[in-house]
Write a protein that binds this ligand. Structure first.
Ligand SMILES: Cc1ncc(COP(=O)(O)O)c(C=O)c1O
Length: 332
C-alpha cells in the first residue's frame, strides 16, 4: 500500500484548467467556460475514473501484484488504466469497438496495452460487445480484474470527489450550467451530484448522438420500443442504460447529429485554431442547435466539459475529405 501511494504521487491527474472561451461567449452572448480535460496525463477526463477504479481494486485485493486490468473502452478509459496500471507494475487488456479512432489505438499500443477490437459496445447482453468480451476474459483468466466503468461506483465517485469540487472552486460558485457528453454517465452523474448539492438551481445538461436511448430514458423512465442504429460520436451515446448514470441529477439531455459535431469541430478550429475532440464538438453543435430553447442568460456562467483533444481524431474530423482548415490570422 505504501508503494502504491508512493507511485501514485507521481501521476498528476485532475486539477485541469477552466478557461473562458471568448469566441463562444461572443457567439452565444453569454459567459462560456471550458473545462480542459486534455491536460490530464492520458489526455482525457477518463484518467480520473481509471485512477479511482485501479486504486480501489488494489486496496481491496480484487487483483494481486502483476495482474491484468481489463476494461471495455472507447479508448480513453483504457489508456488511463494502462498508464496507471503500468506505473504500478500491472498489465492491461483493453477491448475497444471497431469505431475507435486509429489515433487512440496507436496511443494504447504505445502505452503497452494489449488490445482487442470488437464489433460493438452495445453492453453485456451482446456477445460481440466490448463489455461482454472484457467480462468473459476476466472470468476465464487468472488474476485479471474487469474494472467495468459502466457499473463501477468508483466512476461516479471520481467525478464527485475531484471534477465537481474543482469546478465549484474554479468558478467561485458562480457556475449556472454544466454541459457534458454522456457515455457511461460517470462524469455528468458525479459532477451533477456534487454541484446540485451546492446549489440545486445549477442546470445539469447532457449531450448524446441522435438515436441514443438516454434522452428517452430520462424523459420516460423506460427504454424505447425499438432501438435505432445511430451514427457514433466516439465516447458518447448508448443503446442500453449504464449503471453509472444517475438521471436524478440531470435536468435534460439533448441530441445532436454526428455530422453537425464534425462541422462544429472544423468551424471551431477555423475560428480559434484549437482542435477539439469529437464529443466536445458535439457540445458546441448542441449549443448552436438549441441555444434559443436553452434560454441561457447574458450573465450566466456556462461550463462546457471537453473530455479530450482533437489530436485523437485527426483522421475522423480534421483530415476528412482532404479539406484544408483555414486558421485565423492571429495564430499563424
Ligand atoms: C471522448 C469522450 N467523451 C465523453 C465521454 C463520456 O463520459 P462518461 O463516460 O463519463 O459519460 C467519454 C467516455 O469514455 C469519452 O471518451
Amino acid at each position: 500500500m505504501e508503494q502504491l501511494e508512493k507511485n501514485l504521487t507521481t501521476i498528476h491527474i485532475g486539477n485541469t484548467p477552466v478557461r473562458k472561451c471568448s469566441t463562444l461567449s461572443a457567439l452565444f452572448n453569454t459567459n462560456i467556460f471550458i473545462k480542459e480535460e486534455f491536460h490530464n496525463p492520458g489526455m482525457s477526463a477518463k484518467d480520473r475514473p481509471a485512477l479511482y477504479m485501479v486504486q480501489d481494486a488494489i486496496a481491496n485485493n480484487k487483483i494481486q501484484p502483476g495482474g491484468t486490468f481489463v476494461e471495455a473502452s472507447s479508448g480513453n478509459t483504457g489508456l488511463g488504466i494502462t498508464l496507471i496500471a503500468k506505473s504500478l507494475g500491472y498489465r492491461s487488456k483493453i477491448f475497444v469497438s471497431k469505431s475507435c479512432s486509429d489515433e487512440k489505438i496507436d496511443a494504447l499500443q504505445s502505452a503497452g496495452a494489449e488490445i482487442e477490437i470488437c464489433e460493438n459496445s452495445n453492453g453485456l447482453h451482446d456477445f460481440n460487445s466490448t463489455q461482454f468480451r472484457a467480462q468473459s476474459y476476466a472470468a476465464t483468466n487468472d488474476n485479471a480484474y474487469f474494472t467495468n466503468q459502466y457499473y463501477n461506483t468508483q466512476n461516479i465517485r471520481a467525478h464527485y470527489k475531484s471534477t465537481g469540487p474543482e469546478l465549484w472552486e474554479q468558478t467561485q460558485g458562480k457556475i449556472t450550467h454544466f454541459i457534458a457528453g454522456i457515455g457511461t454517465g460517470g462524469t455528468i452523474s458525479g459532477v451533477g451530484r456534487f454541484l446540485k448539492a451546492q446549489n440545486k438551481h445549477i442546470k445539469i445538461w447532457g449531450v448524446e448522438p441522435r438515436g441514443s436511448v438516454l434522452r428517452h430514458f430520462l424523459k420516460s423512465g423506460s427504454m424505447p420500443d425499438c432501438l435505432q442504429p445511430f451514427e457514433p460520436i466516439e465516447g458518447i451515446g448508448r443503446n442500453f442504460i449504464p449503471g453509472s448514470l444517475d438521471v436524478e441529477v440531470i435536468d435534460d439531455i439533448f441530441q445532436v447529429e454526428s455530422d453537425d459535431a464534425k462541422q462544429a469541430a472544423r468551424r471551431y478550429a477555423a475560428e480559434t485554431g484549437i482542435l477539439i475532440g469529437f464529443s466536445s464538438a458535439a457540445i458546441v453543435a448542441c449549443l448552436s442547435k438549441y441555444m434559443e430553447a436553452m434560454r441561457i442568460g447574458r450573465h450566466d456562467h456556462v461550463v462546457l466539459f471537453f473530455p479530450d483533444h482533437g489530436s485523437r481524431y485527426i483522421s475522423k474530423l480534421y483530415a476528412a475529405e482532404g479539406q484544408a482548415i483555414h486558421y485565423p490570422q492571429h495564430i499563424l
